[in-house]
Design a binder for this molecule. Structure first.
Ligand SMILES: Nc1ncnc2c1ncn2[C@@H]1O[C@H](COP(=O)(O)OP(=O)(O)O)[C@@H](O)[C@H]1O
Ligand SMILES: [Mg+2]
Length: 300
């Protein structure tokens, strides 16, 4: 029987309170995240959108325990992450979160099967058992016949499927995918999205960073970022493109500065009130100040 979907607990699985991330210091300080607040419930499929440099990867890396915030509180399953000892943190990273990267991050000299089995090696499991579990996981992602292939002999979509199998091998309740279809053609992209969708239907919480408005069809919620802040957050209907994303027509991936500028202005136009001061609890002080100044100017 299929696991029950959308079993909301009263406690969010992920809770960020005023999370900031600063790089560098003095005049060279970059504010990658500016007091971000975000709560994610079990079973949600959150798409994260925003122009490049808006802080999406920084946010995912902090949620995925690959990076630490400069300020703020992060609660994972109600526990303060900052309080975890390094071995507890490593264990949470291994058991709670599966990470999927745009560049697959497969080890080139290992077969698909060995790549998928790799995270199990840290648990002291026997070789035979590891290979058996990895084989079952490859079957689940539809790559049974590619077990002994090296990554370079796989298509992009297949390689990403292998990395999803590796992310799933410890059965984590959360999957974070940072632009997993960014380098794939439409066929590969569809393969990956169908796979993530199937994993979501089985109850896994998913965070997906994407530039492609089409892919918000798979999400139950879309979060829009700009300048290190969450500027809009909307629930969406599974199977439908999110209303705001539909109006955002920026190209993917944004490779030039002009693309980015076009993307930002499209995003700003699409989000009601994004260029005005809002009462949104996630809008940063900095952007509120900027917006207030803009409003004053426009009144003159
Ligand atoms: N390791 C780093 N050192 C310095 N600045 C960084 C580092 N990582 C990210 N940044 C900066 O933080 C901001 C947000 O980056 P990032 O989270 O990668 O954005 P996105 O994923 O939305 O493209 C950018 O201005 C980027 O240049
Ligand atoms: Mg990124």
């Amino acid at each position: 029987m299929q696991k029950q979907v959308y079993t909301y607990t009263t406690m969010p699985v992920i809770e960020l309170k005023d999370i900031s991330k600063l790089y560098g210091f003095g005049d060279a300080t970059t504010v990658a995240l500016d007091e971000v607040n975000l709560s994610v419930e079990e079973g949600e499929f959150v798409a994260v959108m925003g122009p490049s440099g808006s802080g999406k990867s920084t946010l995912m890396n902090i949620i995925g325990l690959l990076d630490k915030p400069t300020h703020g509180v992060y609660l994972l399953n109600g526990r303060k992450v900052a309080r975890l000892r390094s071995n507890q943190r490593a264990k949470a990273r291994r058991d709670k979160i599966g990470f999927v990267f745009q560049s697959f991050n497969l080890l080139p000299r290992l077969t698909a099967l060995e790549n998928v089995a790799l995270p199990l090696a840290y648990r002291g499991m026997s070789y035979v058992k590891r290979m058996k579990l990895a084989s079952a996981m490859l079957e689940r992602v539809g790559l049974q016949s590619r077990e002994y292939y090296l990554p370079r002999y796989l298509s992009g979509g297949q390689a990403q499927s292998v990395s999803i199998a590796r992310a799933l091998i410890n059965n984590p309740p959360i999957i974070i995918a940072d632009e997993p279809t960014g380098t794939l053609d439409s066929g590969g992209s569809r393969l990956i999205m169908e796979l993530l969708s199937e994993i979501h239907k089985n109850g896994t919480t998913i965070l997906l960073v994407t530039h492609n408005p089409e892919l918000t069809r798979y999400a139950s919620r879309v979060v829009y970022m700009h300048d290190g802040a969450i500027i809009h957050d909307e629930p969406t209907t599974l199977g439908e493109v999110a209303p705001t994303a539909r109006r955002v027509m920026y190209s993917l991936p944004t490779t030039t500065e002009e693309d980015d500028l076009a993307g930002i202005s499209a995003l700003m136009k699409a989000i009601p009130g994004a260029d005005r001061p809002t009462n949104h609890k996630n809008s940063s002080k900095k952007s509120k100040k900027k917006a207030a100044a803009k409003k004053r100017r426009s009144k003159k």
